[in-house]
Write a protein that binds this ligand. Structure first.
Ligand code: 4BW
Length: 145
């Protein structure tokens, strides 16, 4: 629930703001870094979720993480792209929410994260909430008031 300065409340749930998993670009833990870089480049996103074969959330992978992991002392070691797996380099320390999390918590975490992963029972990946989806919602409702 969001309280406006006027004292009114806005009712919104995580599921109203969520991009469902079917529409979220992702990679699997055992994919090569080459595959991950392809998905990131083709999708146009700078970071995407990493899932295991059972579709449970395991981490995030980004273009900067991949490039950093193939950086040698004197050159970029491009040959490592097909050798290294996503799970070796992904960021495992990520914020996550459930469908029942509060919107206040969601907004607070979006200050430092461009998107948040939503997980269900046993960590099954449900989708993401992005800064854009929250700002779109707030923008339309604040203008209506
Ligand atoms: O390909 C794109 N399509 C659209 N419609 N918008 C895009 C695209 N790429 C970037 N954008 C825009 C969005 O407004 O640039 C912002 C920053 O992108 P990012 O972080 O750095 O790649 C986007 O802001 P956002 O929609 O609030 O999304 C925040 C972050 O959430 C993105 C990306 O890491 C992730 N993301 C969003 N939609 C996704 C996704 N990851 C996977 N699949 C999706 N469908």
């Amino acid at each position: 629930m969001i309280r406006l300065q006027s004292g009114e409340n806005l009712q919104v749930r995580i599921q109203d703001l969520m991009i469902p998993s079917e529409r979220v670009a992702h990679v699997q833990v055992n994919n090569s870094l080459e595959h991950a870089l392809l998905v990131l480049t083709k999708s146009g996103y700078s970071a995407i979720p990493v899932l295991d074969p059972k579709y449970r959330l395991q981490g995030l992978i980004s273009t900067p993480i991949i490039l950093d992991s193939i950086l040698g002392l004197e050159r970029i070691e491009f040959e490592l792209l097909e050798k290294k797996r996503v799970e070796e380099v992904m960021n495992k320390k990520i914020s996550r929410l459930t469908i029942d999390s509060s919107i206040d918590k969601c907004i607070e975490l979006l200050i430092d994260n461009p998107f948040l992963c939503i997980v269900g029972k046993e960590g099954y990946f449900e989708g993401i909430v992005t800064r854009r989806s929250v700002l779109l919602y707030l923008n339309s409702h604040i203008k209506e008031k």
